[in-house]
Write a protein of this length. Structure first.
Length: 128
């Protein structure tokens, strides 16, 4: 999916993701919070959602589950009313309270996970 160009933020998102994968949640959180704050403007809402998802995962790794839920809710606040729209894009989801349950295949590739996140971001952005 095409994303608005913000050269200074894309590397920050990658740093945050790498830190999360390396089990360095404090560093991932710092990068995610910095990026999320800089990307809450107009056409950058998708990028802000990506940073919020990384922040939620980092907070969860740090054992700060209440804050992780708050970060996830920043993404979910505009959850689309029609999950079938995501299913049409190949991503099966269902809302459970304030959470989104993904229904992925038993064996999933990194590319398929990226697709799930991209389709979710598009659905949230479509809500405006």
């Amino acid at each position: 999916m095409a994303r608005p160009l913000r050269p200074e933020l894309e590397p920050l998102l990658e740093e945050a993701r790498r830190a999360l994968e390396a089990e360095e949640p404090a560093l991932a959180l710092e990068r995610a919070e910095r990026g999320e704050g800089a990307s809450h403007k107009g056409d950058l809402a998708e990028l802000a959602a990506d940073f919020a998802l990384v922040a939620a995962a980092a907070l969860n790794q740090l054992g700060r589950s209440s804050e992780a839920l708050d970060a996830a809710e920043r993404v979910l606040k505009d959850w689309p009313d029609d999950p079938d729209a995501m299913l049409e894009r190949g991503v099966a989801v269902r809302p459970i309270g304030t959470a989104i349950a993904f229904c992925p295949p038993l064996v999933i590739t990194d590319e398929q996970i990226d697709t799930c996140v991209d389709v979710l971001a598009e659905a949230v952005n479509a809500q405006g």
